[in-house]
Design a binder for this molecule. Structure first.
Ligand code: SF4
Ligand code: SF4
Length: 506
């Protein structure tokens, strides 16, 4: 068994009345997925057949405005709720059936068993979003939704279940990365119970019934037959049949990071001893445990830093100074190719972001007397950049969300009015808070996470450098200050109101 590690010991959310029974119920995930499945159907129908006006179409408004706002709110206040409710995984029934028609199961190539491939996908996704103005096209947004469902189906048919979530899905990996900021995590209730648990059903799945069948289903993460555990051994019995284990290969008593955890709660249903908790933890807990040194390593940290960089880039592309600078670059190169200019910006941001985070990390290590080891320094301090990145993404997405959250009502009214129902959409419903609150709120969130990043930097300094920690922290604190000032400056600029029909109005 992998070594059991220290885990958060905060309140177990499953102890709230009715929650454990709900989660252990075999069909609970389907219940969580149902609302987003219904929304996806609306997105596809309105995207293809509705009026092609982005702020009035369910596809563009719900995907680019509401969904993203709810994602960051859920990550900051709870955890990876949107992977938990992900309707893409409803293709699983079909992919399991198609698997049986294949001559054999393929294995995901070893070279792609890391986060480089999905990081490339994420960058391609951000690039496509800017280049094709996805936020302005209901039709393209509907195609994107179809693309997601089809890719999930194909990947999970050809390869073991969970491959799509872990190695391919850009949305899921955004959630995995930033659920490092979440205040909850899957843990084992009692590690001694895990030590004496021979079959590890939370990882491999289990089959339970009164009597053992002649043929058992295969393990969730391997080609062997799964363990048979008679019903008499199950604590708080939750039914007969096969209970799959963790499809992304997480073993409950060793988890120290939300990376790759989809909050599917398979582990909760599969554990025969009712020994899985959803523990409350401080939002900085994970960043101080250096968990990615054991799971994901350098590719995960590179993804984390690049996501921070593209968080800035995504916002900068909506403010006037960017337009002037992009024009300047285009004029200097004597080109009118948006593809070229945008590519240069994406490349430039990646190089500058990775370089700056490494340079400041190395300076911090040198100040602390550790010597010149860029990779180790980058891995040590990268969590600081991830904290800053989450703060900025949250501030940015909330800006759009707060300017258009209430438009969900007239947009759905319009969906039916457009199809002949006698409904008069009230388009005055849009903004969630007065305009004058937008900057203080978003700048406040970004600054709050800059303070959190400073706390993380100080704790890492004192943990790894002991007495010299007071010296090691300074380069990182200066880095955080530069990032925070730049972030607040971006948020103070007039920003393009993507996805809303009105400019801020009150
Ligand atoms: S199945 Fe339950 S008891 Fe066994 S290792 Fe997993 S969490 Fe621990
Ligand atoms: S089964 Fe794995 S991915 Fe699902 S909640 Fe448990 S640890 Fe997370």
């Amino acid at each position: 068994m992998q070594p059991i590690r220290e885990q958060p010991r905060g309140f177990n959310l499953f102890l709230l009345p009715g929650i454990k029974q709900l989660i252990r119920w075999k069909y609970s995930r389907f219940l969580f997925q149902l609302p987003l499945l219904i929304l996806s159907i609306f997105v596809i129908i309105d995207g293809f057949t509705g009026r092609q006006i982005a702020p009035r179409n369910v596809a563009t408004a719900s995907v680019w405005l509401h969904y993203r706002g709810f994602v960051v709110i859920a990550l900051a206040l709870f955890g990876n709720a949107f992977c938990s409710a992900c309707p893409l995984m409803l293709t699983r029934g079909l992919s399991n059936w198609l698997k049986k028609l294949l001559p054999r199961q393929f294995t995901w190539p070893k070279a792609l068993k890391n986060k480089y491939f999905v990081t490339f996908f994420l960058l391609a996704y951000f690039f496509t979003y800017e280049y094709f103005d996805l936020w302005a096209s209901p039709w393209l947004t509907a195609w994107l939704a179809i693309g997601y469902f089809s890719t999930a189906l194909v990947i999970d048919t050809l390869f073991p279940s969970g491959t799509y979530c872990r190695y391919v899905c850009p949305l899921g990996n955004f959630n995995f990365l930033y659920s490092s900021a979440s205040p909850s995590q899957i843990t084992a209730v009692d590690h001694d119970v895990c030590r004496s648990c021979a079959d590890k059903p939370c990882l491999q799945g289990r089959y339970s019934a009164q009597t053992k069948p002649t043929k058992l289903p295969l393990q969730t993460n391997g080609p062997q037959e799964t363990a048979f555990i008679p019903l008499t051994e199950i604590k708080n019995n939750n039914g007969n049949g096969f209970f799959p284990g963790c499809e992304t290969d997480l073993f409950v008593p060793t988890i120290q990071s939300n990376m790759d955890c989809t909050f599917c709660f398979n582990c909760v249903r599969a554990c025969p001893y009712d020994n899985v908790a959803l523990s409350i933890r401080p939002p900085f807990w994970e960043w101080l445990k250096n968990p990615w040194a054991r799971r994901g390593r350098l590719p995960v940290m590179i993804m984390g830093v690049l996501l921070t960089v593209y968080g800035l880039m995504n916002a900068i592309a909506m403010i006037p100074p960017y337009y002037s600078y992009a024009q300047f670059v285009a004029d200097s190169l004597h080109t009118d190719s948006e593809l070229l200019v945008l590519s240069l910006f994406f490349l430039g941001f990646a190089v500058i972001g990775l370089s700056l985070s490494t340079i400041f990390a190395v300076l911090a290590d040198l100040a602390g007397g550790k010597g010149f080891k860029p990779k180790i320094a980058f891995m040590r301090w990268g969590y600081v950049t991830v904290a800053l990145g989450f703060g900025f993404w949250t501030a940015h997405y909330l800006f759009h969300f707060l300017t258009g959250a209430l438009s969900i009502f007239p947009i759905f009214e319009h969906f039916f009015a457009y199809r002949g129902f006698n409904i008069d959409p009230n388009w005055r419903m849009s903004q969630f808070v007065p305009s004058k609150w937008l900057f203080p709120l978003t700048a406040g969130i970004s600054t709050l996470y800059a303070f959190l990043a400073s706390f993380v930097a100080i704790k890492i300094s004192l943990r790894d450098f002991k007495d010299r920690g007071v010296l090691a922290m300074w380069p990182m604190l200066i880095y955080i200050l530069i990032f925070a000032v730049f972030g607040v400056w971006i948020l103070a600029q007039p920003m393009e109101m993507r996805g809303t029909i009105f400019q801020p109005s009150f």
